[in-house]
Design a protein around this ligand. Structure first.
Ligand code: SF4
Length: 435
């Protein structure tokens, strides 16, 4: 099979992995090297379902020996199969980079033969890129659950970010849909990566020239809606991952039904609103001081489709409001719907100088349509419907609107689907390294 065919198969197979943002790395070019992973060197571009398209995003192999029921690459699925060699992936990356099509590499993989065999190949790709091609561009690599610690440690020396995907949020879900995967074999490499990151930061303090291990941190992906797990379960897991393994990001991927199987839920459209609510709640955990247990609990285990998690929390805790904008603590300001981190900081700064007026809040950037129901300004309440939860809910309900959002079934932006119709020879020359 030629490289172009492999690329077509393995770029298409990678499209369900969304954990590929490239933030947080500051690797610079070196003398005689190529590429640069500093923020200015990476152009982020996102497809409509949230995937980054500035990276060469491919699988190393889709010849999987596992049989995860929800996955298009499962061993029992009859699809075209392909595997790159490490040299092929390194050459493709360099050739695409030199053509200015990409800024970096996002390399994921199915499990070919066994976890060690696959991880060894992935490690070799990044070794060639860094040591032989002196490539300094951004690299995000998958850590393969169950692979030997030495192989993961070796790869981590070369890459900017690593991710070990959890995929299913509970052991029961794994048992049902991915019986060959075990929670422990996923969490173990996460623990190792975290430990190595901390260790390398300590070394860096003592020896300036020491290299950081996985400098952009680690991330993971959770599939939403393939199992019965509710939002509370997912958010509690997320909180644990941030606290225990210091993950940089958790990505949520609405379950896309690509397979039919009696163990899979009957889904007409992927639960994208649910995915969106989880991203909002994730933000509240990381930047607004909320805990998972405040946002949801066993009695209300799922987010409200109509309201963002902060508004929903405020409506359920209406006894804490209204708060006086000129006196409230920063932490409480952050909990007011319509007040974000930036506007909370501006309020604190502005009131050091003078009392803030109702009109002044608009200039600060507060979204008054929401905030008015939960604040007083100089002792005056400006909410139009009073402190009545039912009426506030009604006035905040989103108005139905027509959208032109394309269907989720649109194809992922892909090098081949985009480029082949325009210049078939160009692709051939890039793939073959004729620059
Ligand atoms: S191990 Fe990964 S690629 Fe293989 S079937 Fe499971 S989810 Fe798919």
């Amino acid at each position: 099979m030629d490289i172009q065919q492999k690329l077509k198969i393995l770029a298409d197979s990678a499209k369900y992995d969304v954990s590929c943002s490239s933030s947080g790395s500051n690797r610079k070019n070196t003398q005689g090297g190529i590429g640069n992973a500093t923020l200015s060197g990476i152009c982020h571009s996102w497809s409509d379902d949230g995937r980054c398209i500035s990276l060469l995003k491919i699988l190393y192999t889709n010849e999987c020996v596992y049989d995860c029921v929800y996955c298009v690459n499962r061993v029992t699925n009859d699809i075209p199969r392909a595997s790159f060699t490490p040299q092929e992936v390194a050459d493709l990356t360099i050739n695409f980079y030199k053509r200015n099509y990409i800024e970096g590499l996002f390399l994921s993989s199915a499990i070919n033969k066994n976890p060690d065999y696959t991880m060894e190949g992935l490690s070799e790709v990044v070794r060639i890129l860094r040591e032989e091609y002196r490539f300094n561009g951004y690299i995000h690599l998958k850590g393969i659950p169950g692979a030997d610690e030495a192989l993961i440690s070796k790869a981590g020396k070369y890459v900017d970010r690593m991710s070990v995907n959890i995929e299913l949020p509970s052991s029961e879900g794994l048992k049902l849909l991915a019986p060959q995967k075990k929670k422990e074999s996923i969490l173990k490499p996460m623990g190792l990566i975290n430990q190595k990151i901390i260790q390398s930061k300590e070394e860096k303090k003592q020896f300036k020239g020491a290299n950081l291990f996985v400098p952009a941190g680690q991330s993971t992906q959770l599939i939403v809606g393939a199992t019965q797990d509710h939002d509370y379960k997912i958010l509690t897991l997320t909180e644990g991952l941030y606290n225990r393994y210091k993950l940089k990001r958790v990505y949520y991927s609405a379950y896309v039904p690509v397979m039919n199987h009696p163990k899979l839920p009957q889904v007409i459209n992927p639960p994208t609103v649910r995915e969106h609510r989880l991203y909002q709640a994730d933000w509240l955990l990381r930047f607004y001081g909320f805990s998972a247990g405040e946002l949801l609990d066993e009695t209300q285990p799922n987010f409200d489709n109509d309201f963002d998690p902060k508004t929903d929390w405020a409506l359920r805790n209406i006894h804490l409001f209204p708060i006086e904008i000129n006196r409230a603590e920063y932490e409480m300001l952050l909990r007011v719907p319509g007040i974000g981190v930036r506007s909370a900081r501006r309020i604190i700064a502005a009131r050091r100088v003078s009392t803030i007026s109702y009109d002044g809040l608009k200039n600060i950037g507060v979204v008054m349509k929401r905030a008015q129901h939960f604040i007083t300004c100089n002792g005056k309440y400006h909410g139009e419907v009073g402190m009545k939860v039912g009426l506030i809910r009604q006035s905040l309900l989103p108005k139905p609107k027509k959208t032109n959002v394309p269907s989720w079934q649109e194809n992922q932006l892909s090098f081949l689907t985009d480029l082949v119709p325009y210049n078939h020879n160009l692709i051939n020359s890039i793939v073959l390294g004729e620059l």
